[in-house]
Ligand binder design. Structure first.
Ligand code: MG
Ligand code: MG
Ligand code: MG
Length: 309
C-alpha cells in the first residue's frame, strides 16, 4: 500500500513541503510513499503556492479521507488536525516539531519530534543521517518552510539548528539571498487584496480545547498593519460568525513581522481573562502585544495558563 504523507489541516508551507520531503526520503529508502495535503491546489494558501511555483514542485494531491490508508504525519500529531477518519487509518510515521498530540498506534512506528522551529529542520537531519541527497527542488521547499515557520529567524521558536539547516539547504537549492526569498514569501502571504474576510481569518487558523472551552486562534502575518486597516470591520464580522458557532473565544493575531509585535483582536465571553493572559487592556476589542510573534510559543501557552489548563 502506498503511504500517504500528510501535514495538518489548513496546510502551511511547512506541512506541504515536509510531506513532499518525507515522501522523497521514504521513496529513496525503498518505501512506497506519496505527498498529499488537506487542501486542493486551488485553495492552497498563497505563500505555499508561490513556494511550489518558485522551486518547480507539483502540488501534492488532496486527501480528504484517511480510512483504511497507511498515513505518515508531518508537522502535527493531533487527530483534530488530520484528515477525516484518521483514527481508522494506520499511522506509520510521525515527523514533527510541536507538542505531542493525541494520535496513538497499535505498532511501533518511526516517531521523530524535536523542539526546533520547523519540521523541515528535522527532515534535513533525517536526510543526512540516511545519507540521502536532497533533490534541489525539495531543498528549496524545505528552506522556504524554515524561513516561514521561524519568520526569517525572528520567531522565539527559532533555534540554532534551524539557522544551520538554512545555511546548508540554500546551497543545495541554489538560493543566494534568503532575505529576498523571505520578503517574496511575505508579500505573497500577506496579500489581502480581494480576499474575503473569512478566508483571511482561516488562512492560518487553529481551534484549541482550553479546559473545556473551544478557542479559535487565527494569525495573519503582515508586512505592515496598514494592509488590514480598511478591512478591520469585515474581519471582526467574520470572527463574530465563527465565535457564534460554539466558541468561547476567537482571537486574530495581526502580526507585524517588521515591527515584531501583534495587534491582537479578541472576541471572548471573558475578555478580562484574555487581558490577564497577555497583561494588556483591550480597546475596541484589540491590543498591541509587543514581541508577540508565535501562536504556539506565546499565544497558546499564555491562554492555557489563564484558562487554568
Ligand atoms: Mg505548520
Ligand atoms: Mg511547522
Ligand atoms: Mg505556522
Amino acid at each position: 500500500m502506498t503511504i500517504s504523507v500528510v501535514g495538518h489541516s489548513n496546510p502551511d508551507t511547512d506541512s506541504v513541503t515536509s510531506a513532499i520531503a518525507l515522501a522523497a526520503l521514504m521513496n529513496a529508502q525503498g518505501q512506497d510513499a506519496k505527498a498529499t495535503m488537506q487542501s486542493s491546489a486551488d485553495d492552497l494558501n498563497p505563500e505555499s503556492k508561490m513556494v511550489l511555483d518558485r522551486f518547480g514542485m507539483a502540488a501534492p494531491e488532496m486527501i480528504d479521507d484517511a480510512a483504511g490508508k497507511q498515513i505518515a504525519l508531518v508537522d502535527f500529531s493531533d487527530i483534530a488536525q488530520g484528515p477525516a477518519n484518521l483514527s481508522d487509518a494506520e499511522v506509520v510515521a510521525i515527523v514533527d516539531h510541536h507538542k505531542i498530540g493525541d494520535v496513538t498506534t497499535n505498532n511501533p512506528i518511526l516517531f521523530r519530534a524535536e523542539p526546533v522551529g520547523c519540521t523541515g529542520t528535522v527532515l534535513n537531519k533525517m536526510f543526512k543521517e540516511a545519507g540521502v541527497a536532497i533533490p534541489k527542488d525539495v531543498a528549496g521547499g524545505m528552506l522556504a518552510a524554515i524561513l516561514s515557520d521561524t519568520v526569517n529567524f525572528k520567531s522565539p521558536t527559532c533555534t540554532e539548528a534551524d539557522k544551520a539547516a538554512v545555511a546548508e539547504l540554500k546551497g543545495v537549492a541554489g538560493v543566494e539571498d534568503t532575505e529576498e526569498l523571505f520578503m517574496d514569501m511575505l508579500k505573497a502571504k500577506s496579500s489581502v487584496d480581494g480576499v474575503p474576510a473569512k478566508d483571511l481569518l482561516f488562512r492560518d487558523y487553529k481551534d484549541f480545547d482550553m479546559n473545556g472551552n473551544k478557542v479559535g486562534i487565527g494569525q495573519l502575518e503582515l508586512a505592515t498593519l496598514d494592509q488590514v486597516a480598511d478591512i478591520r470591520a469585515d474581519l471582526m464580522g467574520a470572527m463574530e460568525e465563527v465565535k457564534a458557532d460554539g466558541r468561547h473565544s476567537v482571537l486574530l493575531m495581526l502580526t507585524d513581522v517588521v515591527k515584531e509585535g501583534t495587534d491582537l483582536v479578541v472576541l471572548s465571553d471573558d475578555p478580562a481573562l484574555v487581558e490577564k493572559a497577555f497583561g494588556g487592556k483591550l480597546e475596541n476589542s484589540s491590543m498591541w502585544v509587543e514581541g508577540m510573534m508565535s501562536r504556539k510559543k506565546q499565544t497558546v501557552p499564555n491562554l492555557q495558563n489563564a484558562f487554568g489548563c
